[in-house]
Every structure is written in C-alpha cells, then in structure tokens.
Design a protein around this ligand. Structure first.
Ligand SMILES: NC(=O)c1ccc[n+]([C@@H]2O[C@H](COP(=O)([O-])OP(=O)(O)OC[C@H]3O[C@@H](n4cnc5c(N)ncnc54)[C@H](O)[C@@H]3O)[C@@H](O)[C@H]2O)c1
Length: 366
C-alpha cells in the first residue's frame, strides 16, 4: 500500500489541521470527510481538494467506504462528547483509526471502547500529539539514553490562551468536554505516565474558574469549565509529578514548560504557543536545556523544526510527526500504536480524578 486514503470525521479546527499536515506527508491523501456543519464541511473540502468526497453524516462516509473499498484509515476529530457514539460505528469497520483526544469524556465510555477494540485486528491510536512535539520528544530520548540518571520529579506548566470558540460552543461545558482537566490536560497526564513509565496511585488537585467565560451565556447558561488548576500526581514507582495550568496567561512568551529531574541531571523544554496568536505571527523556536549536576553548566540543545511543518498547525509540528508514525503503522499492516486505547483511558481517568479532587477537596486513589 503506497498511497493511504484517509477519511476524516469532524472537519473543524483540528480536522483542518489534520488535512494540512496530511498534505505535507508523503503517501497520504484525504479521500473523504464528514461534517454536519455546512461552513466547516465546505472549508475543509476546499482544503482537501476536489478529489475528496464530502458528507454531512459520517455514517454515509462509512457506508461509501465499505461499499467501494475506498478508504484505508479513519481519523475522528469531532467534539469530545461525540467520540463514544462515533467510535461505536467506526469500531465495526476493519480500518485503522486515529481518534482525537480525549478518547471519550468519561472513563466508563473509554472502558467500553477498550473492550470493543480488543477484538479488532486493525489498530486504534489515540491522538496524543504532545508526545511528538520535538522538544518533548528530546526529553524522552535523553531519559531513555540515561542522560538524567534515575528520574524522580516531573513538572509541567501550561500558561496559555483561553479556550477558543468552537462550532456549537461545545467546549464551554463540562458535559461536552469531560471537564478542562480531561479535555485539555489529558495530554499532560499522558506525558506524565509516559515519562514515569508507571501508572499513578493518587491525584490531588485545586483549581477554579477565575477569569474566563464568566460573562458568557448560552441559552441562559454560563460556562462551567475550569480556567486554572494545580495537580499533584504520585506514581507507583515513586516518581512524583505536578501540573500547573493557567488559561489566562497568553501574554507569556512560552506556553509549555516541561522539566524532568533525575539524580544526575535536569532537562527542560520550553515551547511557544501558536504563532497565529503572537504579535507578528512568526513561528518561534522552542528551547531545550540540559543541566547536569557534575560538571555543572547548563547546555542549550537547539531543536529545529521545518517552518512548513510548524505552519501546518497549532502544536509545534507534532501533528505531522504523529501522522508519520501512524502512516508507518498502517503501511506495516501489523504492530501496536504508540498511543494505545489503554493510554487514552488512563489519561481520561487521571483528568477525571483531578476534576473530582477539586470538587471534593480529597486526594483520589486509583
Ligand atoms: N490533539 C490536540 O492537540 C487537539 C487540539 C484541538 C482539538 N483537539 C480535539 O479535536 C476534536 C475536535 O476539536 P476542534 O477544536 O476541531 O472542534 P471544532 O468545533 O472546531 O470542530 C469539530 C467539528 O466536528 C463537527 N461535528 C460535530 N458533530 C459531528 C459528528 N457527529 N460527526 C462529524 N462531525 C461532527 C462540527 O460540526 C465541527 O466542524 C476534539 O475532540 C478536540 O478535543 C485535539
């Protein structure tokens, strides 16, 4: 299989990021897309090109794919609360699937997906793009090469812009997103598990809605999503991690600051947010600093990313690099996804626990 034909379900902001990245990827074509929103469907069809079929209902896309054997893989980028229902139909196909995070809005739904995917031949890959942000990948490489010694502490700080406007305003309410710590922070909980190489044992969090969306109203209802939180996570191997999220800090130069400290060294990555929100709109470089304890002397490790790849999305090139790996898995015809349904389930479970900890004031044990 040289050219892989993708079908996209949900063609809004993230769906269009997938289209732009697949356009850069060798051996990839968006052959079809489905979106009930006319404006998004038309925008995405223009972006994907004349050869792409456009459907209003994803079930018509699936019927077409099955009748004509016209697709090799599916991507789900519809709103979070639709993932469980869409997956119900998609898992019945024989096609490899890339499903956007969070896998579902509740861990109970994720468990159902896990049970159904276990019986499938084709892979289900949960889209955890942050693993593929090049400076984040450099942290993992350095850890695996033993450069920081035995890792003990992991800190993730995200200081970013407020939630954007979405089609139908689905991201304003916990019942559609799963809650900010599921919707947004499942990425960071996934990174914590990846870096720790272990599962968590307990989570404690504080947080609130301090600034954002307080004066908004949707059919008389005010958004209930958190805009700030601090989360502490303990892992079964003794590693400890913390997350600091602030969604009204878009004046900060760097959006993510991620560090891991081992008994031999600290490594830290600083990643800028999307260029389109920064004055001038120019792409900016990330920074990685390696700080050994002996001999002392922090070292900068430049991580270059092609500008075209940076420009294809809001996630510092990660969507492209994730697609390279997903395409290679499809071509191989066998093997495990980098990010499994179990990984997707754990990231939702941790986000859910953090939300519950904020509500109850208690630490949540797994
Ligand atoms: N991995 C990341 O970094 C990242 C970043 C942004 C968004 N996302 C995820 O991508 C998904 C989409 O988010 P978005 O920002 O593009 O939202 P969006 O609102 O911009 O786009 C969602 C699109 O899905 C369409 N849609 C709604 N119901 C549908 C259905 N049943 N079938 C097909 N399409 C349907 C909507 O009309 C809309 O065009 C969400 O799960 C979100 O969490 C991931």
């Amino acid at each position: 299989m040289t050219e892989i034909r993708y079908g996209l379900i949900g063609a809004g902001m993230m769906g269009q990021e997938h289209i732009r990245n697949l356009a850069l990827l060798e051996g990839a074509t968006v052959a079809a897309l489905a979106d009930p929103d006319d404006a998004m469907r038309h925008q995405s069809a223009d972006l994907a090109g004349a050869a792409a079929r456009a459907f209003g209902d994803y079930r018509d896309l699936l019927s077409w794919a099955s009748a004509e054997d016209s697709l090799d893989a599916l991507i789900i980028a519809s709103p979070n609360h639709t993932h469980a229902g869409v997956l119900d139909d998609v898992l019945a196909t024989p096609l490899p699937v890339l499903v956007e995070k969070p896998l579902c809005t509740t861990s109970a739904d994720c468990v159902q997906v896990q049970e159904r995917s276990a019986a499938r031949m084709a892979p289900v890959w949960v889209a955890m793009e942050y693993r593929y942000i090049p400076p984040v990948a450099e942290i993992l490489r350095a850890m695996q090469a033993g450069e920081i010694g035995q890792p003990h502490m992991l800190t993730i700080r995200e200081h970013r812009f407020p939630f954007l406007e979405k089609v139908g305003d689905w991201n304003r309410f916990n019942r559609y997103t799963g809650g900010t710590l599921v919707e947004k922070c499942c990425h960071f909980f996934d990174l914590m598990r990846l870096f720790a190489g272990a599962d968590p044992t307990r989570v404690f969090a504080v947080g609130g809605q301090a600034v954002n969306h307080l004066d908004e109203s949707y059919q008389g209802e005010r958004p209930d999503i958190l805009d700030n939180a601090m989360v502490t996570v303990a892992f079964e191997n003794g590693m400890n991690a913390s997350l600091e999220l602030c969604m009204f800090a878009d004046g900060a130069y760097f959006q993510e600051d991620i560090s891991v400290i081992g008994d031999a060294a600290k490594i830290e990555a600083k990643v800028p947010g999307p260029a389109r929100f920064w004055p001038g709109g120019e792409e900016r470089a990330a920074e990685v600093t390696f700080s050994p304890r002996d001999p002392k002397g922090p070292q900068d490790r430049p991580v270059a990313v092609d500008t075209h790849i940076l420009e294809a999305g809001d996630h510092h090139g990660s969507t492209y690099y994730q697609h390279e790996r997903f395409r290679d898995l499809i071509r191989a015809g066998s093997g495990q996804p980098d990010v499994t349904v179990e990984d997707g389930l754990w990231s939702v479970r941790m986000g859910e626990a953090a939300e519950r900890s904020i509500q109850t004031g208690e630490a949540i044990r797994f």
